[in-house]
Each structure stands twice: as structure tokens, then as C-alpha cells.
Design a binder for this molecule. Structure first.
Ligand code: BT5
Length: 268
């Protein structure tokens, strides 16, 4: 793997403008998963806004037990700790916050990304990044929420495709889209800065502005989709998200389904 310039705490701090996110910033060479590393720090009392970044992950995680391909020295793997005082059902909104912040950071480089519910960041309809929300709860409150994001930044396309198999045809990297290498320190700083702003917005104004901004980037609404989950799959038309960020899909009989974590495939 060709390593691009290394990540550095100093390099990230140089571009970071945030009040909470990045109060503590840990950068590791290799971890199992930045989400898991941050979970351990959270257990030891890490403050809200603590960030863990790594050059590579041995066991990067996606949703539903899937893997996140995390080669060394070329991409962005970052997790941020929040300690919000709210109910677990509000957690999906943080996935939207991560996608919006990542979309803002990518847009500063040129391309305007779309978001595919719940957590895919797409450029030219190909997946360039994804987010993963993990929560620990106490009673009916969230004790801590860990928001992880992975973005394919400078990974060469053939490497990505070889690692992902058939899914590789639907994946890309920022360097492949832009035709040049991207400064990962600047991208990390920009992402964390936007994340801080969106999280503050959520705290002050609640979910509506987040959902409104998210809808502008949403690629699913109005499209025919196939929903595949634990139960029997079905097809229908995506009609938007509800106030908790769950996807609404109308089946051919006009019945609305609330979709929580399932896999969505665009049909047309
Ligand atoms: C995601 O899951 O998209 C969430 C990815 C979150 C990764 C970050 S990295 C930092 C933090 N620490 C972690 O351990 N995780 C987070 P999901 O929607 O389940 O997508 C996973 C699927 O995407 C896989 O089954 C593959 O098909 C595909 N995939 C895996 N690696 C990929 C990559 N690098 N680029 C594009 N697609 C990938």
C-alpha cells in the first residue's frame, strides 16, 4: 500500500475549530477499531468530544456485524465520544449528523455528496464513506454514544475493489473522484469542525434542522427500493424518514413500513 502523508495531531489541530469535539485527541498507528478503542477510553471516564483516530484498523466494523476495509496510511478512521442525555431512540439522528459533517467536509474539496439512508456517503452514486453509531445505555438514557466514520480518501481504486469483491464495484475514494491526492489532516480537521457544529445545532434546536439538511442530500426518497432485513424482505417506494430518523417505505398496497436497520437496495 502506498502511504500518503501521515496523520498528525498537530496537523489536525491546525485546522480544527470546535468547542467540544477534539477536546482530547488520540491518534494511533493501528487499532482493532477506533470505536472499540474509544469505548475503552469512555469506560475510564473520557470527556465528551474525545476523538480517536488511527492509521489503520485490524477489525474495522460496519453495521450488523459487517467489516469495514481499513488499509493503512491512506484513509480516515475516526470516532468521537458524545455523552448526550437522551433516550436511545434518538441515537439514529447522530448517524445523520456524522453523514452531514462528512458531506460538508467533502464538499469543500469539490464534489457534493449524497447520503443513502441510513449511513452511506455517496459520490457519483458510489460509496465513499460510512458511519457507525454505537451506544451504551444506563436505564432508559444513553450513557455514551460513539460515532465512528470511515472515509476512503487516498486508497487506490484497484486495492479497494480487490478487497471488497463484488461490493467494490459500488465503492470509490475521494482521490479517485478528484484525480489527486487529498490532505487527510485537513480533511479530518474539517470533518471534526463540521461535526462539532452539527452536534451543537442538534443540542440547541433538536432534530428538525438535522433532518431538513439531511433530506436535501437524501438519495432514497421517491425511489423504488428493496428492503432486506431479519424478516421477509419486501419492495416498495421510499417516502422519507420519520422524526426519529427511521426510513418510511410504502409497499404496493399502500401500507407504510417503518424501517429500522435493514439493508436497502435501489431498484430503478
Ligand atoms: C458502514 O457500515 O458503512 C459503517 C462503516 C463505519 C466505519 C468506521 S471506521 C471508524 C469506526 N471504527 C469502526 O470500527 N467502524 C467505524 P455498513 O453500512 O454496514 O457497510 C459495510 C459494507 O460496506 C461492507 O459489508 C462492505 O460491503 C462495504 N465496505 C466495507 N469496507 C468498505 C470501504 N472501505 N469502502 C466502501 N465500502 C466498504
Amino acid at each position: 500500500m502506498i502511504a500518503t502523508e501521515l496523520l498528525s495531531v498537530e496537523g489536525i489541530r491546525r485546522g480544527l475549530q470546535a468547542s467540544t469535539v477534539g477536546r482530547q485527541l488520540y491518534l494511533f498507528g493501528e487499532v482493532q477499531s477506533t470505536n472499540a478503542a474509544l469505548r475503552n477510553l469512555a469506560r475510564e471516564g473520557a470527556v465528551e468530544g474525545t476523538v480517536v483516530l488511527a492509521e489503520s484498523q485490524r477489525a474495522g466494523r460496519g453495521r450488523l456485524g459487517r467489516e469495514w476495509f481499513s488499509p493503512s496510511g491512506v484513509n480516515l478512521y475516526a470516532s468521537v465520544l458524545f455523552r448526550p442525555h437522551f433516550a436511545p431512540r434518538q441515537a439514529p439522528c447522530f448517524s445523520f449528523i456524522a453523514s452531514l459533517a462528512a458531506a460538508d467536509a467533502v464538499k469543500e474539496l469539490g464534489p457534493s455528496p449524497a447520503i443513502k439512508w441510513p449511513n452511506d456517503l455517496l459520490v457519483d452514486r458510489k460509496k465513499v464513506g460510512g458511519s457507525l453509531v454505537e451506544c451504551a445505555t444506563r436505564g432508559d438514557e444513553i450513557e455514551c454514544l460513539i460515532l465512528g466514520i470511515g472515509v476512503n480518501v487516498n486508497v487506490p481504486l484497484p486495492v479497494l475493489r480487490a478487497a471488497l469483491g463484488p461490493a467494490g464495484a459500488n465503492a470509490t475514494s475521494l482521490a479517485a473522484v478528484l484525480g489527486r491526492e487529498v490532505d487527510r489532516n485537513a480533511l479530518a480537521a474539517s470533518y471534526l469542525t463540521h461535526l462539532d457544529a452539527w452536534a451543537r445545532r442538534y443540542k440547541v434546536d433538536g432534530p428538525e434542522p438535522i433532518l431538513a439538511a439531511w433530506r436535501e442530500r437524501d438519495i432514497l426518497t421517491g425511489r423504488r427500493v428493496a428492503v432486506r432485513g431479519e424478516g421477509e424482505g419486501f419492495e416498495g417506494r421510499a417516502v422519507g424518514v420519520d422524526g426519529d430518523g427511521h426510513l418510511l417505505v410504502e409497499d404496493p398496497r399502500g401500507q407504510r413500513h417503518v424501517v429500522l436497520t435493514e439493508e436497502i437496495r435501489i431498484l430503478e
